[in-house]
Design a protein around this ligand. Structure first.
Ligand code: PMP
Length: 420
């Protein structure tokens, strides 16, 4: 039995009852689609329930308008809904309020916002940024390049054989030269759940900031930014039942207040003359131009949906599925699974089958209607370290079942035999 009502949840996701397997010509179902879809690529993006789609439809059919500057009723309604979406996100991650919640395009943009608005100005020769060896390219490439431009040094906390952070190494690397510690909360490749609170403490002992990448964490477990004491925390709506095109940057109010804007333009100013300009209050100072109105409203609906289930329950379900998949796949000697043991990881399993390239594996799985990801999952340096150019990754969410994992394992077994 599951900690959540998976059967009733599945009813809210029309896409889960479609079949696949036909010729890919146009988007949508083709006549030759015969196999029920097994969707195990949630780490890349999650599916969308009717409640979230309804929120989008209600907005476009009922009160579609630009926000903040309109006096007319529709604009006021859209503004209220858009601003309340910030409040909803704040409550969900235990931020103080909307001042600390900036809507961006995605996690990647949230990283870049801080790297450009804070990093380019604050960093220089003699400073260091400490990241981890398991960073997603969103943070790794961003800090690497900002360090190149500013002359700061980038250091990486190493991982042990089980794919956990070496916290002794972290304590060595984080020193008085450190201005920023940037760490992923749940690794999208290893499934490792990092002790991000401890990393924030280490950063603060040296007067550095900490930026936590929560792209895989916020969708799958309760997150309390105050308990973690993160200075910045980022995640994406599309991995938590929301639409694409929205991400969240949380930042402590006094830090955001002290930062200069990242993008300039309309909606983020208070007053403008030909000579100079002043900025709007937080968070609007960081939301230049027409913002992600529809996406913000839809994210609100997605959070309501997740909160109804309860994030503790979501986490339990993720852990149950991850452990089941880990146990089933590790029954094969020729399957290598990356990251910590099955009972201590987030809801994903990345693996390789000896002698089968991850892309071939993924394509055979596709023949079995099982959708997974193959590649480096935006962690190329980590894959280099693991000695694998690529891996296959199955990632789970609230609507997945152990039966679906059985289908995955059956398909993996078929691939093993085909290449044996
Ligand atoms: N960090 C992690 C850990 C991720 O898994 C992802 C998405 N794969 C990102 C950052 C980037 O998210 P986005 O593509 O939505 O910006």
């Amino acid at each position: 039995t599951y900690p959540i009502d998976v059967e009733s949840i599945r009813q809210d996701f029309p896409i889960l009852s479609r079949k696949v397997g036909g010729d890919v010509t146009v988007a949508g179902e083709s006549e030759n689609d015969t196999e029920p879809l097994v969707y195990l690529d949630n780490g890349a993006t999650s599916q969308t329930p009717t409640q979230v789609v309804d929120a989008i439809v209600d907005y476009y059919y009922g009160y579609n308008a630009n926000v903040h500057r309109g006096i007319h009723q529709l604009s006021q309604e859209a503004s209220v809904a858009y601003e309340e979406a910030h409040d909803r996100v704040a409550a969900f991650i235990n931020a103080n309020g909307r001042e600390e919640i900036v809507f961006t395009k995605n996690t990647t943009e949230a990283m870049n916002l801080v790297a450009y608005a804070w990093g380019l100005e604050a960093l220089g020769p003699g400073d260091s940024v400490v990241a981890t060896e398991m960073e997603h390219h969103a943070s790794l490439v961003t800090w690497q390049q900002i360090c190149k431009r500013t002359g700061a040094e980038i250091r990486y906390i190493q991982i042990d054989d089980e794919g956990r952070l070496d916290m002794d190494h972290a304590a060595e690397l984080i020193d008085d030269s450190t201005r920023m510690v940037s760490a992923v909360h749940v690794s999208n490749t290893l499934g490792t759940v990092n002790p991000v609170g401890d990393l924030c403490d280490l950063a603060h002992e040296h007067d550095a900031f900490a930026f936590i990448d929560g792209a895989q964490a916020v969708p799958t477990r309760p997150v309390d930014v105050k308990a973690i004491d993160a200075d910045f925390y980022a995640f994406s709506g599309h991995k938590m039942l929301g639409p694409t095109g929205i991400g969240v940057l949380y930042g402590k109010e006094e830090i955001l207040e002290a930062m200069n804007p990242y993008l300039y333009g309309g909606e983020m100013i208070r007053s403008v003359t030909y000579e100079d300009s002043t900025w709007e209050d937080l968070p609007w100072k960081f939301e230049a131009g027409t913002p992600v109105i529809e996406q913000g409203i839809a994210l609100h609906a997605a959070i309501d949906y997740l909160d109804d289930i309860g994030m503790e329950n979501v986490q339990k379900h993720e852990e149950l599925l991850a452990e089941y998949a880990y146990d089933e796949l590790s029954a094969y000697d020729d399957v290598t699974i990356y990251g910590p043991p099955g009972d201590d990881r987030g809801g994903l399993v990345a693996f390789n089958v000896d002698g089968v390239h991850a892309h071939d594996l993924s394509s055979i799985l596709n023949d079995y209607a099982v959708a997974i990801r193959a590649g480096d999952h935006c962690t190329q340096p980590l894959h280099d370290k693991l000695g694998a150019p690529a891996s296959a990754r199955a990632s789970f969410y609230i609507y997945n079942t152990t039966d679906e994992i059985d289908r995955l394992v059956e398909a993996v077994d078929a691939a093993r035999q085909l290449f044996a």
